[in-house]
Design a protein around this ligand. Structure first.
Ligand code: ARG
Length: 257
């Protein structure tokens, strides 16, 4: 995770962001700390990286790249506003003993924002941010088959805003955010699915983090909570309103190592 010292809405690169609707920094700090403390309470070891001035979206560490064992494949951000983050993320991984690999510059790739692992498959989103041509390269480097998912709603510009595997069988997703053919791909390559409604999707319920049987998310409706609990999960809601203003939730604020 990366503390929100320099977080704020200073540019607009997705429909959630408006410089006229600034995030409140005290509240953002409290919300981020609540998430951090919740991980700690669940027994998770949280590594931190130093925030950098002028890079407000660095809090969204899910976008740093993809991590697999000691390999880190760094992101190539689509928007120039975020490209300055790349060297900070690469430096962190280098200094923590990871092998750092980069894709050719022309292939936009936004890390775990657009990649989700399910069993031996790599579900990878494209269209708004990552370039579909990056998927094969990432799959090759990780030795995994890729299921490319075409995103269809600009409010759900990263795969992790609308799709999340919860365990080896079950995924949760918001079907309208995916192109029709990609919805079929999700249905045919996963054993079971929970389809969330628009209200939950807009509350970033799919942008969750799974720790054992705990699902950590900004907010979920009672009916979604009940269907998750019926499958043996505990739902932990952490209000992240200040980060939703940038288009990010719990999943975006976290990169699993
Ligand atoms: N403002 C950031 C952007 O538009 C939010 C990134 C959210 N991260 C994520 N993994 N979905 O790039």
């Amino acid at each position: 995770m990366c503390p929100p010292d320099h977080y704020g809405i200073y540019y607009e690169i997705n429909p959630w962001m408006s410089v006229a609707k600034q995030a409140q920094s005290d509240q953002a700090r409290r919300q981020w700390e609540t998430l951090y403390n919740l991980y700690r309470d669940l027994g998770v070891t949280v590594e931190l990286m130093a925030p950098a001035e002028g890079l407000p979206d660095m809090v969204f560490t899910a976008n740093a790249g993809v991590v697999s064992n000691d390999l880190f494949i760094a992101s190539n951000f689509r928007h120039p506003e975020r490209r300055g983050e790349e060297e900070h993320f690469c430096d962190w991984f280098k200094s923590h003993g990871y092998r750092v690999e980069r894709l050719p510059r022309q292939y936009y790739f936004e890390g775990m924002g657009d990649v989700k692992l399910y069993r031996d498959l790599l579900f990878a989103g494209f269209y708004f941010r990552s370039d579909v041509r990056s998927h094969l390269m990432v799959g090759e480097k990780l030795g995994k088959l890729v299921v490319s998912i075409e995103l269809a709603d600009k409010r759900f510009y990263h795969l992790d805003t609308c799709f999340c595997p919860l365990d080896d069988d079950l995924v949760m997703y918001f079907p309208p955010a995916l192109q029709e053919y990609s919805r079929k791909a999700v249905q045919s390559h996963t054993k079971a699915q929970i389809e969330v409604g628009e209200e939950d999707a807009l509350a970033f319920a799919c942008n969750c983090v799974v720790v054992d049987r705990h699902i950590i998310l900004n907010r979920a409706s009672q009916s979604l909570r009940e269907s998750l609990e019926a499958r043996g999960f505990t739902v932990q809601q952490v209000s992240l309103s200040e980060f939703l203003k940038a288009g990010g939730g719990a999943g975006c604020l976290t990169l699993a190592l």
